[in-house]
Design a protein around this ligand. Structure first.
Ligand SMILES: *[C@@H]1O[C@H](CO)[C@@H](O)[C@H](O)[C@H]1NC(C)=O
Ligand SMILES: *[C@@H]1O[C@H](CO)[C@@H](O)[C@H](O)[C@H]1NC(C)=O
Ligand SMILES: *[C@@H]1O[C@H](CO)[C@@H](O)[C@H](O)[C@H]1NC(C)=O
Ligand SMILES: *[C@@H]1O[C@H](CO)[C@@H](O)[C@H](O)[C@H]1NC(C)=O
Ligand SMILES: *[C@@H]1O[C@H](CO)[C@@H](O)[C@H](O)[C@H]1NC(C)=O
Ligand SMILES: *[C@@H]1O[C@H](CO)[C@@H](O)[C@H](O)[C@H]1NC(C)=O
Ligand SMILES: *[C@@H]1O[C@H](CO)[C@@H](O)[C@H](O)[C@H]1NC(C)=O
Ligand SMILES: *[C@@H]1O[C@H](CO)[C@@H](O)[C@H](O)[C@H]1NC(C)=O
Ligand SMILES: *[C@@H]1O[C@H](CO)[C@@H](O)[C@H](O)[C@H]1NC(C)=O
Ligand SMILES: *[C@@H]1O[C@H](CO)[C@@H](O)[C@H](O)[C@H]1NC(C)=O
Ligand SMILES: *[C@@H]1O[C@H](CO)[C@@H](O)[C@H](O)[C@H]1NC(C)=O
Ligand SMILES: *[C@@H]1O[C@H](CO)[C@@H](O)[C@H](O)[C@H]1NC(C)=O
Length: 753
């Protein structure tokens, strides 16, 4: 009996220990000692299969709850190839990695993108301190080369840095020094280092075409052609690049900040939404630098490099020679004589770009000529020649056998423009010459063989334009209130008289934008979400390419169409009552007062424009987008910085490049002017006050501009504004100023989206 009991209790204890071992294996295992080997097999801790097809096998994991860093093997899909990587996982306090259906592993660093390993590959932390990754066949794939450097162990830090440390706990090697395509909060991108994207989510191979890098001069995103073409830059400001010792960018809570050590202050920065949870940023295959954040799943919260041309500011968006128009891609049209010099690489995938129908040949260079591509610009512009005319620009390109196009920009004087001669052509962008004039001549091979000519000439397909109309009140300022009407029946029933209808529609005032029926259908997800059904048709919810929410109305019936359409436009117009306007202006003024006068450090926004004013559902206006803004100390009245802002909203003193918060006040004046229109008859007094405020703000002598608190007082009726100040408004015509800014356009100047 006694023996039986002893036996029973013993096995019970053994069982208990076993259960304990299974359930409570340590889930926080952030360090490892020398002479440790891990094999890429199911026996590794925390092997999890996720529902999106990916799988992780963790080696080190730090932390017990929430989004946590882990390192180990990662695969996706068939799982015959693995990365050794650092990823972010969802964990909970009972040791399990949770939510295999939403908390997908986010790979933020890896060592073998170009050489994935197989099952049974090994990772060794050798006795002499080397960390070595070997494939299943024993071949070395990667190593830290740290043997003999007194390495004492391996650790994964709280911030996601994989560190080999020595006996004094000094860092011998760290993953932060070898970034791949991601940065995590706290990580620095040091001068000389770069991020390069992977080919795609499923193909990890490094895409060497694009890079995001830090140099002494600043932060740059480039296409790695020869020479590289920079499509985004954030230059260091005041620093004399020769004396500064080290420049780096750092991912902080709220910004990607650029530091140069001589200054010891953030010099320029890009704004990121404050992190409420784990964040990371990834340089994606399309050249975007996106910030992702965990909420209940991983979501994109910011897209950092998008310039004034929107989606089209990315050089690979439509491939080589592709023309980007509102995110849609096409090839250059046939030349005036009917020759098609370009064709789509793949008709089903227009974003892959275009190829020459006859390849440019150096031997036949005497048969080179130029095709003008009308109304386009090139997002990248890096002037090779200044103060030249178009003809000299073209001649320079003809003489240079590497030159693929003569890209010419000018302001008011076509004889004194800038000329860029790229050796490779990435995407072009349709452009309405609002800020500068752009003329692009691409080099083409004349087809000398008569029979070739005849095959190259294809009938230029007339793209039928569907009479579809977007009415946008006040451009994008009231972007929330866009009504789109689809005159679908018109299209179906009146195909033949299309031209006539279009001519009619052209005369309707205030109808600037048109979308094709196909584009609209995409926008409203093929009529999937009905918002309401009204007298003349249904209203659908849609989303513009730039993320603007829209209501799309499909008008049924023919007879009432014109009348009801115009009535509706009028109705929406009346929403913009003058008091609402006024309220918005006051909100902006108060916001700017706060920035300029209330904070410990003065904040100059530097990019005040309608696009950066957000309206909530109660029409409260908020200033947003501080990516160009500058912090200065209270006692520092002036600050010298590189030119930044948006053409059209830039104060004239930018040309002397010594600026104060009065540049914001100037931009504010432009915004006020833009908001005031219509309604002059009914609200004369109010409008006159606002016009006076605008005029005061727009004075070219910045010392004469009022302070923002003064403006607030005037708008609230506390102060009167003088009736007849001597205005001296800037006499610089927009295009002259633009010409001065041209060289900067791809850099810190942002623009209307
Ligand atoms: C590493 O070695 C130390 C000292 O021998 C030991 O206390 C510790 O538990 C070891 N750590 C791991 C993760 O094996
Ligand atoms: C996870 O996926 C791997 C590879 O696809 C497979 O071998 C394994 O059985 C899966 N494990 C579970 C628990 O489903
Ligand atoms: C795995 O691949 C699928 C596509 O096959 C992709 O949608 C998913 O995001 C990938 N998962 C991870 C964690 O990369
Ligand atoms: C991995 O190694 C184990 C043990 O040596 C072996 O049984 C298994 O077949 C190997 N797997 C592969 C895919 O080679
Ligand atoms: C380690 O050394 C090898 C051979 O010298 C080299 O190819 C490899 O790039 C080095 N690894 C690292 C991480 O520097
Ligand atoms: C080693 O340094 C890290 C930070 O660099 C610190 O978190 C850790 O506690 C230190 N370890 C020891 C044993 O001092
Ligand atoms: C991944 O991309 C590289 C480079 O474009 C290509 O050579 C390779 O074939 C691709 N791999 C797969 C599996 O598609
Ligand atoms: C830079 O700032 C840091 C923290 O504010 C300070 O510790 C450091 O001494 C400063 N360095 C210089 C060169 O001023
Ligand atoms: C970032 O800053 C915000 C506001 O200052 C704060 O609430 C948040 O906790 C911070 N996030 C992290 C991850 O530190
Ligand atoms: C090329 O063709 C264009 C028009 O087809 C013609 O005007 C031009 O003279 C030709 N140039 C050469 C070098 O053949
Ligand atoms: C180019 O733009 C001008 C004015 O902006 C317009 O008149 C002309 O038709 C456009 N040309 C083409 C080919 O689209
Ligand atoms: C012209 O092109 C045709 C077919 O491409 C070829 O057969 C012919 O030899 C060419 N003629 C000359 C003069 O190059």
């Amino acid at each position: 009996m006694g023996i039986w009991w002893t036996k029973c209790v013993f096995s019970f204890i053994v069982l208990l220990r076993f259960v304990h071992f299974i359930n409570a294996q340590p889930y926080d295992y952030p360090t490892a000692n020398l002479s440790t080997r891990w094999i890429n097999s199911p026996s590794l801790r925390h092997s999890v299969n996720f529902t999106d097809g990916s799988m992780v096998r963790s080696i080190l994991l730090r932390g017990t709850y929430g989004p946590r860093f882990a390192c180990g093997f990662f695969c996706n899909g068939t799982c015959d190839s693995y990365l050794f990587a650092i990823f972010i996982l969802q964990t909970d306090s009972v040791s399990y990695i949770t939510s295999p259906s939403i908390g997908f592993p986010q790979v933020v660093w890896s060592v073998n993108r170009n050489n994935p390993v197989r099952i049974n590959a090994t990772l060794d932390l050798t006795s002499d301190g080397d960390l070595v990754l070997k494939d299943a066949d024993g071949s070395t794939v990667w190593s830290t080369n740290t043997s003999g450097h007194s390495v004492a162990g391996l650790s994964l830090t709280d911030s996601g840095n994989l560190v080999l440390f020595d006996d004094n706990n000094e860092t011998v090697w760290q993953s932060f020094d070898h970034p791949t395509d991601c940065l995590v909060p706290g990580q620095k991108l040091m001068e000389g280092k770069k991020l390069t994207p992977s080919v795609s989510v499923t193909n990890w191979t490094q895409l060497s075409l694009l890079s995001f890098s830090v140099t002494k001069e600043g932060l740059f995103a480039s296409v790695e052609s020869n020479p590289p073409q920079v499509y985004f830059s954030l230059p260091v400001g005041v620093t004399n690049s020769k004396t500064s010792t080290l420049t780096y960018a750092i991912f902080l809570n709220g910004s990607l900040a650029l530091f140069s050590s001589r200054l010891n202050e953030s010099d320029s920065f890009l704004t990121i939404p404050k992190a409420s949870s784990a964040q990371y940023m990834r340089f994606d295959p399309d050249g975007h630098l996106r910030v992702y954040e965990w909420t209940t799943s991983w979501k994109e919260v910011e897209d950092l490099l998008t310039g004034y041309l929107g989606e089209c500011s990315y050089p690979t968006v439509c491939g080589n020679y592709g023309i980007c128009s509102k995110g849609q891609c096409s090839c250059p049209p046939s030349a005036i004589d009917g020759t098609n010099y370009f064709k789509q690489v793949d008709y089903r995938q227009p974003n892959l770009g275009c190829s020459e129908t006859t390849t440019l040949s150096r031997e036949a260079s005497k048969h080179h000529s130029f095709q003008e591509i009308k109304n386009t610009t090139y997002a990248i512009f890096d002037s090779n020649l200044e103060n030249v005319d178009l003809e000299s620009c073209k001649v320079a390109c003809s003489k240079n056998c590497l030159c693929r196009a003569a890209i010419f920009r000018y302001g008011t004087d076509a004889a004194r423009g800038s000329c860029f001669l790229p050796s490779q052509i990435f995407s072009l962008v349709t452009y309405d010459n609002r800020y500068y004039n752009s003329i692009i001549h691409v080099k083409v091979q004349n087809v000398t063989n008569v029979s070739d000519v005849s095959t190259a000439v294809t009938r230029r397909k007339k793209r039928s334009r569907v009479p579809v109309i977007v009415w946008s009140s006040h451009g994008s300022f009231f972007g929330l209130l866009i009504l789109i009407a689809i005159l679908r029946l018109l299209v179906l029933k009146r195909r033949n008289s299309e031209e006539g209808e279009e001519a009619y529609l052209d005369q309707v005032p205030g109808l600037p934008m048109r979308f094709s029926y196909e584009d609209l259908k995409g926008m409203i997800k093929n009529f999937s979400k009905v918002l309401s059904e009204g007298g003349f048709g249904s209203v659908y919810e849609g989303l513009l390419d730039d993320g603007t929410k829209t209501a799309v109305k499909q008008i049924d019936g023919l007879s009432h169409v014109k009348k009801s359409f115009l009535t509706e436009v009028e109705a929406i117009g009346s929403i913009h009552h003058v008091n609402l306007r006024k309220k918005i202006i006051l909100d902006i003024a108060k916001g700017l007062t706060h920035l300029h006068e209330d904070c410990r450090q003065k904040i100059i926004h530097l990019d005040i424009k309608p696009q950066n004013i957000l309206l909530d559902e109660n029409f409260n206006a908020k200033i947003s987008d501080f990516r160009l803004s500058k912090l200065i100390d209270r006692d520092q009245s002036r600050v010298v910085t590189t030119m930044r802002g948006t053409p059209g909203y830039l104060a004239p003193e930018w040309l002397s490049s010594e600026i104060t918060e009065k540049v914001d006040i100037y931009s504010f004046g432009v915004v006020v002017l833009e908001t005031l229109c219509e309604d002059m008859q009914c609200h004369r007094a109010q409008i006159t006050t606002m016009l006076r405020v605008a005029a005061r703000c727009l004075q070219s002598d910045h010392t004469k501009r009022p302070s923002m608190s003064h403006v607030v007082n005037v708008l609230e009726g506390v102060l009167e504004i003088e009736n007849n100040p001597e205005y001296e408004l800037s006499s610089l015509p927009l295009k002259t100023m633009s010409a001065e800014f041209t060289a900067l356009l791809p850099s810190v100047l942002s623009g209307p989206r």
